[in-house]
Design a protein around this ligand. Structure first.
Ligand SMILES: Cc1cc2nc3c(=O)[nH]c(=O)nc-3n(C[C@H](O)[C@H](O)[C@H](O)COP(=O)(O)O)c2cc1C
Length: 199
């Protein structure tokens, strides 16, 4: 049975523009994958704890030396990773907040970068250890940044997903959402058309 992981980011929950476009994606995906399962990782409803010294300390401690608090942290990180591993495809929402990803979405990605687990360094550089699979990134932005240096999200997301082995990143942008009704409609339509063309 095919599995889709939906990484949900918007602080506006189901009302977020990225959530609505992701719902369209999921409907299309379900149409193509009858009986398929959608795993939802809602980062706004269930905010991952910030990657502080405790979290990093736990993730860097050998399994047989973990205390109970550290075991809980590692179990949480393992759960996030298991969702990625078991998925055949990922739809990842990336609203632009203050020229970057939402903090909870960045933190989620921090949990996926685990030395010796999702990447390793060799004489020739870093090697990602996750099996490659399509990652559909839906960005939503008040302004327009695509193909300009101000698009901080695209290079960062391609870099970090590629770092752990997920190099098949496909960007879908909904832009101009705060630039008046006409621009908003056009921005959403452009993304919705791209999604519709996938299924
Ligand atoms: C806290 C906050 C910060 C934002 N910062 C930016 C920004 O830096 N650049 C931009 O183009 N739009 C910005 N916006 C507009 C959002 O990108 C836009 O509302 C988009 O629809 C958010 O996606 P969402 O509806 O899925 O949450 C911001 C919105 C919020 C709520």
């Amino acid at each position: 049975m095919a599995k889709l992981l939906y990484v949900k980011s918007s602080v506006f929950g189901d009302g977020g523009q990225s959530s609505q476009l992701a719902e369209q994606f999921i409907e299309g995906w379900k149409g193509k994958n009858a009986g398929g399962e959608v795993i939802v990782r809602d980062l706004s409803a269930d905010v991952p704890p910030y990657l502080d010294g405790n979290v990093v300390g736990a993730l860097f401690t050998p399994a047989d030396q973990l205390n109970d608090d550290q075991k809980a942290i590692v179990a949480y990180a393992d759960k996030l990773l298991a969702e990625v591993k078991e998925a055949d495809e990922i739809v990842f929402t990336a609203p632009m907040y203050n020229f970057a990803l939402p903090a909870q979405t960045k933190t989620y990605l921090d949990y996926l970068c685990r030395a010796g687990v999702t990447f390793k360094y060799t004489d020739t550089g870093a090697v990602g250890l996750l099996d490659n699979k399509p990652v559909y990134v839906i960005t939503t932005r008040g302004g327009i940044y695509k193909d300009t240096p101000a698009d901080t999200q695209t290079p960062f997301l391609k870099m970090i997903f590629g770092f752990v082995g997920l190099s098949d990143v496909r960007m879908i942008h909904a832009e101009g959402l705060n630039m008046g009704d006409e621009a908003k409609e056009a921005g959403i339509k452009a993304a919705a058309d791209e999604i519709a063309a996938l299924f």
